[in-house]
Design a protein around this ligand. Structure first.
Ligand code: SF4
Length: 182
């Protein structure tokens, strides 16, 4: 009987992002079936598995905007042999980093106290809430990143090309035509 090839374990995580990069993963459509012949998904919003096992490839969507993001990222990095920053938010902070030129106190006051339509507002202070960082950071500020997959979001085609090249043991090379910022 032919020996079954062991599947590559892949995990994904979403930090300070919008889930658009995860939606793009699903945009691979029927190629997902082909991909699932080669990989097995571990923890991921796509599988709803919360605890990560040891993985070969970890895909990170989103940057770091609070203490929980940093904690989650460090744990994820420790589980993944190869880490990929997927999308603009993971690579450079993306849209959430637009707050970086503002004072975090001013942001909180405007959103929760003085913004239009707010009555009897208060700044949430439940100890269970993760503390916001003063600035939004790309993930390479905190952990080693092996590969960067740009785009906002990277298209399903770009993710497909990237993963198939990586699974074939190559350093992924994507042409300009596959880079997209919608
Ligand atoms: S890179 Fe774009 S699509 Fe991906 S999480 Fe950030 S904002 Fe969303």
């Amino acid at each position: 009987m032919a020996e079954q090839k062991q599947k590559v374990r892949v995990a994904t995580v979403s930090l300070a992002g919008c889930f658009g990069c995860h939606m793009s993963f699903l945009d691979m459509d029927e190629r997902l079936i082909t991909l699932l012949d080669r990989i097995e998904l571990d923890c991921s919003p796509l599988t709803d598995i919360k605890q990560c096992g040891d993985c070969d490839i970890g895909l990170v969507e989103g940057g770091l905007c609070n203490a929980e993001n940093v904690h989650k990222l460090r744990e994820f990095r420790a589980r993944c042999k190869t880490l990929v920053a997927v999308g603009a938010c993971a690579i450079n902070g993306g849209l959430p980093a637009q707050r970086n030129h503002l004072d975090i106190r001013d942001c909180l006051q405007t959103v929760y106290l003085t913004g239009p339509g707010i009555e009897r507002g208060f700044i949430p202070n439940d100890p269970e809430l993760p503390l916001p960082l003063k600035q939004v950071h790309p993930i390479h500020d905190v952990v080693k990143v092996d590969y960067f997959l740009p785009g906002c979001p990277p298209s399903g085609e770009a993710i497909w090309q990237f993963l198939t090249q990586l699974l074939a043991g190559h350093t992924p090379q994507l042409g300009h035509a596959l880079l997209r910022y919608d």
